[in-house]
Write a protein that binds this ligand. Sequence first.
Ligand code: SAM
Length: 109
Amino acid sequence: MYDYFLGGKDNFAADREGAEQVIRAFPSTVSAARQNRAFMLRATRYLAAEQGIRQFLDIGTGIPTSPNLHEVAQKIVPSARVVYVDNAPTMPGPTISHPTKFQDLAMQY
Ligand SMILES: C[S@@+](CC[C@H](N)C(=O)[O-])C[C@H]1O[C@@H](n2cnc3c(N)ncnc32)[C@H](O)[C@@H]1O
């Protein structure tokens, strides 16, 4: 549902139906999800561009939605390293959704 709230395309019909019910009950959900995502991207830009951070650990990655953390960090610091972690066993992993966008990627479940 989170992907749907963000306006993404990596979601299933059941997600969309559930998300629409959530939106009807809590209309601010879409804005909250987008603000959350925007914060993560702003924080990444700040850390890479202004604080010299070169290694990032994204805990609770969720379904990849572009731009993802590594895209933002590596645009500023091409050699930046990113580790994505999520405890959801159903998480498809970034290579499935965006196979060409993830070079140099190792996944472990
Ligand atoms: C809202 S979603 C993704 C948010 C994403 N980081 C963002 O900023 O847009 C939250 C994710 O956190 C994961 N999560 C929740 N608790 C976790 C934990 N203890 N360890 C790892 N991942 C966790 C969930 O599986 C879910 O995919």
